[in-house]
Design a protein around this ligand. Structure first.
Ligand SMILES: Cc1ncc(COP(=O)(O)O)c(C=O)c1O
Length: 440
């Protein structure tokens, strides 16, 4: 094998990987039909038949309901706005606490703050990186109103345990399924097990509409509230004769007809795209799992992992260098971008623990933290969630080399790069020492 590219050798591959473009003729035709109709959105923020949106939005919702076996679906313009709508629809407000994950995209913890509530971070499970039920239970107080779980990277949370805790303490369960469409837990789709679930349709996701989201629930009360919050609820409640006005003030979270038309076509492709993604991930897990010290993703019994990202644990004591050094070397061996995307397709874990962000460190949202109705004292200290911190700073790395667009040949290059770095890891020690010296 030649020298590591990080140390001046020839990289395994320089040809950029092809973009995972799931948009094809079907979406183009569907969008052209909408454009020809001139009807790009049919929403009206008052109580009449257009309150629920136009034909494409309604068809997309019906198709999603059928595909996921759920009663009510509401298309929204992002998973973020969907999370906000769900917090509102679960009647969460000032003085309340919501248990959230520190190891997720930032919107998952901000959502309670939007309604004046306080996010409380529980720790994650060290195998699947979703909230650990033991830590959820340890963080429950008389103020806890809901648990906002995230099926992170595509693996389901331990739903039996979460639902048992919720039942015991009378809490709502909100499932953030942004990264886990058609991931299943004991035969049920995630998003349909708790009180309400939200899917993302942004352009990074398994399928997409550019930006977008879908809220799913079997609860008619939550469904009605979500619908009001999505579309200027306060202007509608009189006409609709709504009795429960708590949190029904609305926003504009509406999806357009063109996005919905794309979504209808994308949804048809989802099962095939998932099969390909899972097959690629299994192949990489099998081969890379043979490298002592690199631990491929765990798939718990009864669960279907849909691999938004493929997570590995890195054992520094066995391999001999820090994970970050190994990832630097991997980045030098392979192109780490896919065309216009600026997100690297290999990196050091998912996201830094959210409670370390300035907004929490400085308690910037005073309406939540200083609210006279709030009688708790939440902690956001470093060290709060030791497993999350260990995973992010030391152990986990993620890649997206299992995307459905990756061919057998692409996967072989990926394997060659890992094997090359792994077998030459001793050569990285001097590089690592120099890097450490530079930091002193
Ligand atoms: C877990 C999780 N939650 C929420 C979001 C927000 O999704 P959106 O960009 O659709 O608002 C994302 C997006 O990356 C996500 O990964």
């Amino acid at each position: 094998m030649s020298d590591l590219a990080l140390l001046g050798g020839t990289p395994v591959r320089t040809k950029i990987f092809s973009q995972s473009n799931t948009i094809g003729e079907e979406e183009k035709i569907a969008v052209m039909k909408v454009l020809d109709s001139g009807n790009l959105s049919q929403y009206v923020g008052s109580w009449n038949k257009d309150f629920k949106g136009g034909p494409m939005v309604q068809q997309f919702e019906n198709d999603w309901a059928e595909a996921f076996g759920v009663k009510y679906c509401h298309a929204v313009n992002s998973n973020t706005s969907g999370l906000y709508a769900c917090i509102g629809a679960c009647d969460i407000g000032p003085g309340d606490e919501v248990i959230v994950s520190p190891y997720t995209m930032t919107a998952g913890a901000i959502a309670p703050l939007i309604y004046g509530a306080v996010p409380v971070f529980a720790d994650i499970d060290e195998d699947i990186f979703c909230l650990d039920p033991k830590s959820i239970e340890a963080n429950i107080t008389p103020r806890t109103k809901a648990i906002l779980i995230v099926h992170i990277c595509g693996h389901p949370t331990d739903m039996d345990a979460v639902m048992a805790i919720a039942k015991k303490h009378n809490l709502k369960v909100i499932e953030d399924c942004a990264q886990s469409p058609m991931s299943t837990y004991k035969g049920k789709f995630v998003g349909t097990i708790g009180d309400v679930g939200i899917f993302s349709l942004n352009y990074h996701k398994h399928i997409h509409t550019g930006e977008g989201g879908m809220i799913v629930t079997n609860d008619p009360v939550i469904a009605e509230k979500v619908e009001l919050i999505r579309n200027h609820g306060e202007a509608v409640v009189e006409g609709k004769k709504t009795k429960d006005l708590w949190n029904t003030f609305g926003f504009n979270y509406r999806m357009t007809e063109m996005e919905a038309a794309v979504g209808i076509e994308q949804l048809k492709k989802l099962p095939g795209l998932l099969d390909r993604r899972i097959a690629n991930a299994n192949y990489l897990s099998r081969i890379l799992g043979e490298l002592n010290g690199i631990i491929p993703p765990v798939v718990k019994e009864g669960c279907r992992h849909v691999y938004y990202q493929q997570t590995f644990k890195f054992k520094k004591d066995i391999i001999g260098v820090h994970r970050n050094t190994f990832i630097d070397a991997m980045k030098a061996e392979l192109p780490t971008m896919v065309l216009r995307e600026s997100t690297p397709i290999i990196g050091c874990g998912f996201a830094p623990p959210l409670y370390l962000q300035p907004i929490y460190q400085q308690r910037l949202h005073k309406c939540s933290f200083n609210c006279p109705r709030y009688d708790g004292s939440v902690s956001y200290e470093k060290g709060l969630c030791p497993v999350t911190e260990r995973m992010f700073f030391e152990e986990v790395f993620t890649h997206e080399y299992m995307r459905p667009s990756f061919s057998k040949r692409d996967l072989e290059d990926v394997v060659n790069a890992y094997e090359k770095v792994y077998t030459n890891v001793n050569n990285l020690k001097a590089y690592e020492a120099k890097k450490d010296e530079a930091l002193v």
